[in-house]
Design a protein around this ligand. Structure first.
Ligand code: SF4
Length: 388
């Protein structure tokens, strides 16, 4: 396990506070309004794929909306240079929808009354078998904060049961200690996705009123712990719709830049979860939902600042938009997703976390990728590459 102690620089909490990116970003909002076309052109003339906060500020500004075509072309070219003409495919496996938190945007909120479901290891392995049968070799284990049932030992045992079938196993669960991440790494889990949801402290407190997730700082520190445990991939993201996406993108990028500088052995990726209607959650209640145009702007702006970052898009988005985005910088797509525990075997009527919009089968998504001139990749990594 790598120690975080040898790094002497400022931590991410300090960096965000100094930059004024852990609040509503009022100063940044004013600066965004003042960005000129000249500023955008200067940002576009800088080497593609390098990060600077001033450059990103220009690329996510309202003024840059008139340069989306140019940003899309540069993003496409850079992605092909770095990743080839490929798109990785993965599937999420939901393990439980019991939750001790009350996130206002989520159908699994502990206040919601519905029959909850948990998968035993055996049931989860059965779901994994179906996912493997569909062709996937990359699986994401997802759970609500159900620490009593989805324990570290549960996740480790499940990973040991799945690793013969999958070449890459990652998790999207509640934040844990570094030693616990290390234990999961030993069991074969090599990636962790953990969205901060929002970097705005006031908004964070509002949307996470109770439960362990109400600690902003425990969540913010977690990617350091993930990297310190030696995980190969760290997935970052914000929930798009909670606050202003432009300021959130600046904070997200600062976080990624901080991690990349400190933990060279971990690969950072970004996801773009736009809020979706869910059980007892109407989409209309979010005033900051961003348009398709702004989603394209965010994706291409991040690509033009982070040449090697994975850019991940889920089935939250509709098919037509996903077809378009595969050629604009995205490197990884989920397909055929079920967002309820037991959803693949069809034996569960469990509530899903959010409504899936792209309901195509994995084979149909793979066909779409080929028709877009790209190659669907079910497996691009094998643990044997790094073992004797
Ligand atoms: S977002 Fe996660 S932690 Fe929050 S209520 Fe939903 S499942 Fe629980």
């Amino acid at each position: 396990m790598l120690s975080t102690e040898k790094y002497t620089g400022r931590d991410i909490k300090t960096i965000l506070a100094e930059r004024g990116l852990d609040g509503d970003g009022e100063l940044w909002q004013k600066r965004l309004e003042k960005i000129s076309t000249g500023d955008v052109e200067k940002a576009l003339s800088e080497p593609a794929g390098t990060y600077g906060v001033e450059k990103l500020l220009a690329l996510v500004s309202p003024a840059a909306e008139n340069y989306l075509e140019e940003m899309a072309q540069l993003s496409h070219q850079l992605t092909i240079q770095r990743f080839g003409r490929t798109i990785r495919l993965y599937a999420p496996l939901y393990l439980s929808n019991y939750c001790t938190n009350s996130c206002r945007y989520c159908g699994f909120n502990r206040e919601n009354k519905f029959e909850r479901t948990r998968l035993t290891i055996q049931q989860a392995v059965r779901e994994g078998d179906i996912i493997a049968f569909e062709g996937f070799r990359d699986i994401l284990l997802v759970s609500s904060e159900d620490k009593k049932f989805v324990t570290i030992d549960y996740l480790a045992e499940l990973a040991r049961n799945l690793r013969d079938k999958f070449s890459f196993i990652s998790i999207e669960v509640y934040p844990i200690r570094s030693a616990e991440y290390a234990k999961l790494f030993e069991a074969g889990i090599e990636g962790v996705t953990l969205y901060q949801e929002t970097y705005n402290r006031q908004a964070y407190a509002y949307y996470h009123p109770s439960g362990p997730k109400s600690s902003y700082e425990n969540r913010l520190d977690a990617p350091d712990r993930i990297a310190a445990a030696g995980m190969r991939e760290i997935g970052l993201g914000v929930l798009l719709g909670l606050t202003d996406w432009r300021v959130e993108t600046l904070a997200l990028a600062e976080h990624a830049h901080y991690l990349i500088k400190r933990y060279w052995q971990s690969h950072v990726s970004f996801s773009f979860p736009r809020l979706r209607p869910a059980y007892e959650v109407a989409g209309s209640q979010f005033e900051h939902l961003l348009s398709d145009k702004n989603l394209v702007q965010m994706i291409t702006a991040l690509r033009l600042c982070f040449a090697d970052a994975g850019l991940v898009l889920s089935t939250r988005e509709r098919a037509q938009l996903r077809d378009h985005l595969v050629n604009l910088g995205i490197t990884k797509l989920s397909a055929g997703s079920k967002t309820n525990p037991g959803g693949y075997s069809g034996h569960s009527g469990a509530i899903e976390q959010f409504e899936v919009d792209d309901n195509r089968s994995p084979a149909q998504v793979a066909t779409m990728i080929k028709e877009a001139g790209l190659e669907p990749v079910w497996k691009d990594w094998d643990i044997t590459f790094v073992k004797d």
